[in-house]
Design a protein around this ligand. Sequence first.
Ligand SMILES: Nc1ncnc2c1ncn2[C@@H]1O[C@H](COP(=O)(O)OP(=O)(O)OP(=O)(O)O)[C@@H](O)[C@H]1O
Length: 246
Amino acid sequence: MKPILHTENLSIAFGGLKAVDAISMSATPHEITTVIGPNGAGKTTLFNLISGALKPGSGKVYLDGKDVTRFGPAQLQHAGLARSFQITNLFFEMTVRENLRLASQILEPISHAVRPLRRTGRAARKVDELIERFDFHDKVHEQVGYLSHGEQRRLEIAMCLACEPKLLMLDEPTQGMSHADTDETEELIKSLTQNVSILLIEHDIGIVMSVSDHVIVMHQGQKIADGTPAEVRANPAVQAAYFGHG
Ligand SMILES: Nc1ncnc2c1ncn2[C@@H]1O[C@H](COP(=O)(O)OP(=O)(O)OP(=O)(O)O)[C@@H](O)[C@H]1O
């Protein structure tokens, strides 16, 4: 199947440090692809390169077959990429519904940008759909600052989906969550693949093994393994670099 995301020899160096070193990887549509690796392996830098926050020294990024290497974050959003920034995209003094409404506004024609928000139309329908999907019925009028951490993280993912992306990038979506919230979020993420492809960074190896279709392992800027969760777990280089034994 044609990959939804594909990088070719993607590289960036900070001074003499090759933070991302010739990474070629791909993500399959409607799957969860997870990038793992020890601290400092280059996972966040790889995410920054893919999402346009950093420009690569060399290499290419293709989204749904299109070369997006030089695109900035806004262009990438229009091309179908969404990245969750761990609740930093939320407006804490606004309600859940207001946050979702703002995120969904991108679905309205540009000519409606300066008009009052419409109660009908595509953006309003999207808000209702997300409230239903993410089970925010009881919280729609709650100010986001009063939600639990788990609910805030869930809302951020919902907001990322408001613009109907092709690829959703999530950086440790369950970090800081209770066990119950983690289990719920894991199930939610799995269910999202019906509509979107997911690229994940995750440290918790239990979560990696349970949610991933495909795992990419980085170590010191390089890709050292690529395969199913079982394949990478059995790989001696991965065990040495990541699990601390080999
Ligand atoms: N802007 C920068 N300037 C200089 N060095 C940087 C910069 N960003 C990252 N690095 C370095 O690049 C390497 C990779 O960092 P990165 O944050 O991508 O790793 P990571 O795998 O995401 O780590 P962690 O799991 O700890 O978040 C590290 O050695 C880091 O110190």
